[in-house]
Design a protein around this ligand. Sequence first.
Ligand SMILES: Cc1ncc(COP(=O)(O)O)c(C=O)c1O
Length: 436
Amino acid sequence: MHLNRSSELLERAKHVVAGGVNSNVRLLALPQPIFFSEGHGSRIRDVDGNEYIDYVLGQGPLIHGHGNPRLLAAARESMERGMMFAGQHEGEIELAEAICRLVPAAERVRIGSSGSEMVQAAFRLARAATGRQKIVKFEGHYHGWFDNVLVSVAPPLSAAGPREAPHAVATSKGQNPQSLDELIVLPWNDTELLEKTLRARASEIAAVITEPIMNNVGCILPREGYLERMRELCTELGIVLIFDEVITGFRVAPGGAQHLLGVTPDLCTFGKAMAGGFPVAALAGKAELMELFTQGVNHSGTYNANLLVVGASLACLQLLNEDDGAAYRQLFAHGERLREGIREIAASCETPVQVQGVGPVFHLAFHDTPLREYRDSVGMDVPRYHRLVRRLMERGVRCIERGLWYVSTAHTDADIDQTLDVLAVELPEAARTSAG
Ligand SMILES: Cc1ncc(COP(=O)(O)O)c(C=O)c1O
C-alpha cells in the first residue's frame, strides 16, 4: 500500500485549505489525511487505488453505504422538481409525519442542516420554556462544536477537577470563557450524583442534555434505571430532558435509542443516519415546547428542509423501515457477528480488549474493563489501538481512529468474513505485549 498521490494532494491542499482538511477531526486521520476518489456500497477507494471496507461511513451518516441507488434516485428526482422554494413543499410534511410516527417523543419537528445547530435550537427552547439558564451536560459527550457546549468532551484529568464536581473544560482555543458558565458538568451513568445535583440546583437548570447511549467516548449503554431516573427527576423538577440522538437516531432502532430503551425525552436531536449521507438534521419533541417557535423563539436557516435533503431523508427512512424491519435485522445481525467474532479473537489476545455496543455501532479498545463513563476511557491504550488502525488500513479495512465502528446495510456477509479474517491476524499482533 502506498499513499503517494494522497500525499501530493495533501501538500497542494495545504496551500489553500487550512491544514488541508475541512473538518478538524480529519487532521487526526491515520496514517495521514487521505484523499478518496469514490465509494460504492460498503467499499471506498482512495486516489492511490487502495480499496477499503469502510466502517467509518462518513462518521456515521452512510447507514445504507456509499451511493445507495434508491437514495440517489430520490435525491435526483427531488432536485429535478426544484431545489429550494424559501417556502413550503409537501415533502416536509411527509418527513415530519414519518418522524412523528417513528420517534416516541416527536409531536412536532423542525428540520435543519447539522446536529450542532439543532442542539442550539433545543437549548433555546428549554431556556424559553423554563426561564432558567444552566444546562447539565456530561463528561465525554459531544453535542457539536459551538462554544457553549464544546466543553469537557475529552478533558485531560489534570484539568477536569474532582469526579463529583467536574470543572467545565473548554475543548478549543478561542472559546468564549463565559459560555462555560452556562454549563453544569457531571460524570455520566451516576444516578446519585445526578439526583443530588438536580435537586440542589433545579431552580437554575433549564435542561439536561445527554446522548442516550454514549457514543463519543466508547459506546456505553446507560446503567439499568439511569435514564428512567433522569426522566423522573426532570419531570418532577421542571427541567427539559434533551436526548441527543445524532448518532443513535434511526440507527439503533427505528425510533432511536429512546425507542430501544423505552425512555422518552422532551426534545431530541437527529442528524447523520437520518438521510444516509445528505446534510440534514432535525429537532423533535413535545408540541408544547416546539410550538414556542411560533411564540417568540427563533429558529431559522436558509437551507432548512430543501427539496434535496428532504427527498433523500424520506428515501433513507423508507429503506430502513420497509419489509417489516429487514434492514434493522441485517444491521443488528452484522454488528453482532462482528462483535462476537472480535470477542472470540480477543479471548486469546495478550492485552485485554473491550468490545461494547449495540446493533450497527460499537466501540473497540485495548482496556482492562468495560467502559462505564468518560473517566474510564483515560486508561485505554490509545497508541496500541492506533497501531491496529494503521495495520487494518494496510489490509483494506478502514475504521475510525477513536475506536467507533459503524455498520451499514450495504455490508455483506463476505465483508464481515473478510474483516474478521484480517482481525484474526492483526488484533493479536497489536495486542502482543512486546508490541506495547
Ligand atoms: C451526539 C452528537 N451530537 C451532535 C453532533 C454534531 O452534529 P454535526 O456534526 O452534524 O453538527 C455530533 C457529531 O458527531 C454528535 O455525535
